[in-house]
Write a protein that binds this ligand. Structure first.
Ligand SMILES: [Zn+2]
Length: 390
């Protein structure tokens, strides 16, 4: 059986998956050592003291904003995506805190129709000012294309690079709007389980250090029309940076309550608050790339951690892995979305596969990766006797 030989007996990570090797007991690095981490994933635990301090901080900020309310055009900016979380946060700030905010949306060129519908529905219910920034789309397109065609790491998933640089740019564009309008606070509606790089606050030193990649200034394909979306030295160093906060990391958050709230107030149509529907096409395409390049996907680390926390869910996740792996490998999972994405950035699937194979050819771990890929592919053929053509 595939899982007995190749998959960690405690979680779902396969032997030879990026940074993973099973020991003689059949356990992976993360299951052997709870403190284990690698460039793609580290378990994030926030202790009670840090949580309590962040909540105090939040309460003081609210008091300060309420004291100032009426003296400024906007108390804060909300990074508004049209998803259920930022929609509920919008409602909370206006209805519960009685503050005036400006909603700012960054369009990457891949905003879903559902997100656009949600915005329209919400903004007819709540009267707030909204800025939609679309002129940045060509910069996002260029960056996606660059990363898909130049990714050359043997260690770090493409999805990891993509998510980091894309969210940095989205955040940077919203923060620039805050600087321009002298608004001291920016909020984003990340849920409590989204603590990838930041807990409660995106600290100023990290914003300065990490948000502007060298690539933008070193590669000549990026010109002034791209650079304008990044923070300038002046903006970073003149004390003008707002505080960038993630309130859901400290205030109560229950996913089901959020869905009920946004649906009952007609902000979002029934069914449109489903977290799976607002998934990102860029990530789907990166997932196709990563599975063919590394024999696995970035999210496997996260799912494996869920299994560690709830061993009874292992069977369910293993099943999901076995069903979805062959689909992802052959671009039959979210195929339409992946193809729309590749089309828009101007890469063909063949071109991408050629690049993947070229990279894989030079990877010292090549044999193991191919073994893993073949295991998943064979499984499908044996199970359903279907051959997939690309
Ligand atoms: Zn494991």
């Amino acid at each position: 059986m595939i899982e007995q030989q190749h998959i960690c007996k405690k979680c779902i990570l396969p032997d030879g998956f990026l940074g993973i090797s099973l020991d003689s007991q059949g356990e992976c690095n993360f299951c052997r050592d709870p403190h284990h981490e690698n460039v793609n994933w580290a378990r994030t635990q926030i202790d009670q003291e840090r949580r309590a301090n962040a909540l105090d901080d939040w309460n003081n900020i609210i008091k300060q904003m309420q004291k100032n309310h009426g003296n400024v055009p906007y108390d804060c900016i909300l990074g508004y995506s049209g998803g259920k979380d930022s929609t509920a946060l919008l409602d909370y700030i206006v209805t519960n805190l009685n503050l005036t905010l400006l909603c700012v949306t960054t369009d990457t060129g891949f905003m879903t129709n559902i997100a656009k519908d949600n915005m329209k529905d919400t903004l007819t219910q709540i009267n707030v000012d909204h800025v939609l920034i679309e002129d940045c789309i060509p910069t996002f397109t260029k960056l996606y294309k660059w990363h898909f065609l130049n990714h050359n790491s043997n260690e770090r998933f493409l999805a990891r690079y993509i998510c980091d640089f894309c969210s940095d740019l989205i955040h940077s564009i919203v923060v620039k709007e805050a600087i321009k309008r002298k608004i001291p606070y920016v909020f984003f509606g990340y849920s409590p389980d989204q603590i990838a790089r930041y807990f409660f606050e995106m600290p100023r030193d990290q914003i300065i250090e990490e948000w502007t990649p060298d690539l933008i200034f070193n590669d000549p394909i990026f010109d002034d029309s791209d650079k304008q979306w990044y923070l300038t030295h002046e903006e970073m160093n003149s004390g003008k940076l707002p505080r960038v906060l993630l309130p859901y990391h400290v205030i109560p958050y229950q996913e089901q309550d959020i869905i009920e709230l946004v649906e009952s107030k007609n902000y979002i149509k029934k069914g449109h608050a489903d977290p799976l529907l607002t998934n990102c096409n860029v990530v789907h395409a990166a997932t196709f790339y990563d599975f063919n390049r590394y024999g696995g996907i970035l999210y496997a680390y996260q799912y494996a951690e869920l299994v560690r926390q709830n061993p009874e869910s292992r069977k369910k996740w293993l099943r999901t892995l076995k069903i979805s792996a062959p689909l992802i490998l052959d671009n039959n999972f979210k195929r339409k979305e992946v193809n729309v994405f590749l089309n828009k950035i101007g890469i063909s699937q063949n071109e991408l596969i050629k690049h993947i194979n070229l990279q894989l050819e030079q990877d010292p771990n090549k044999k193991q990766i191919q073994t893993n890929i073949n295991l998943f592919k064979k499984k499908r053929v044996a199970r359903r006797s279907i051959t997939i053509s690309n």
